[in-house]
Design a protein around this ligand. Structure first.
Ligand SMILES: [Fe+2]
Length: 274
């Protein structure tokens, strides 16, 4: 099983770098489409848009509609749960009328569990007792397959960058970490939010953070020729070894193989790379 993980596209239609964010997102989807073999799924770990607006989601949905693989999305702190749910309702996996954007996908050798770590009061993560209960229920709903869990906020201390803790308190993060270790079936945790690559663990569970797709918002040191290249992760599952993660760099390739048509002012070219 192959999972392409993307994160933090931060689509914003009226920021100075709006076109670049759209271009980064579209080029990444084109690059994923060109992978051989094609990934089984694409998971977007949140901050799909920057202001939670419907028109921003319309742009994101238009870009994701070009994806060959099924797409699953999480909510990040910049997302708006109601508008996200409305925009992606046709995909069928988001529970309507739920307080949280969390769900399990059962169609693959590895179960995929997406969590909602949004806080109502800050950009940091939250995980209340209700969400712990929901996670335990999702984990226990099937007992034969390994599980990959996706979160926006990483549930481990990130030792690069200025802030190690991406939850409101260490107690909240510990609550989530305990729930993830509720059985031995969670074999990997994949997150976003930090805008730079990071690795950690939850007990014996390996965990990674994928850099953000929006190159103008990415943190960390990149050589000049990579500054405009989006970066994403390809997670390949082996039943014996678990997941191996490859960092994929979207380069500057031949122009214009695709167009994203939402409004004339933001129709942009897409490149296939490498
Ligand atoms: Fe975020």
């Amino acid at each position: 099983m192959i999972i392409a993980q993307i994160s933090d596209t931060h689509i914003a239609l009226d920021s100075p770098d709006a076109d670049q964010r759209i271009r980064d997102f579209a080029r990444t989807i084109a690059d994923i489409n060109a992978l051989d073999p094609t990934p089984d799924v694409i998971v977007h770990t949140g901050d799909i848009v920057h202001n939670g607006r419907r028109d921003e989601y319309a742009q994101a949905v238009a870009i994701l509609s070009k994806a060959r693989a099924p797409v699953y999305v999480l909510a990040g702190n910049k997302d708006n749960r109601a508008n996200l749910r409305e925009a992606f309702s046709a995909y069928g996996y988001l529970t309507p009328h739920s307080d949280f954007v969390d769900y399990a996908i059962e169609d693959y050798p590895v179960r995929l569990i997406a969590l909602d770590t949004l806080s109502s009061s800050s950009n940091k993560g939250d995980f209340c007792a209700e969400r712990v209960r929901r996670l335990i229920d999702l984990i226990d709903a099937e007992t034969s397959k390994p599980i990959a869990v996706f979160t926006h906020h990483p549930p481990f201390e990130v030792t690069v960058g200025p802030d190690r803790l991406h939850f409101e308190t260490s107690e909240i993060m510990s609550r989530l970490r305990r729930a993830l270790q509720h059985t031995g079936r969670v074999i990997a945790v994949f997150s976003g939010h930090v805008h730079r690559a990071a690795e950690g663990d939850i007990g014996s569970i390996p965990a990674t953070v994928v850099p953000c797709i929006a190159t103008t918002l990415r943190k960390g040191e990149y050589p000049p020729h990579m500054k405009m290249c989006p970066v994403y992760h390809v997670h390949r599952f082996d039943p014996l070894w678990g997941f191996a993660t490859e960092t994929r760099i979207v380069g500057a390739g031949p122009p214009a193989v695709n167009h994203v048509d939402v409004s004339p002012s933001i129709a942009l070219a897409t490149s296939i790379i490498l």
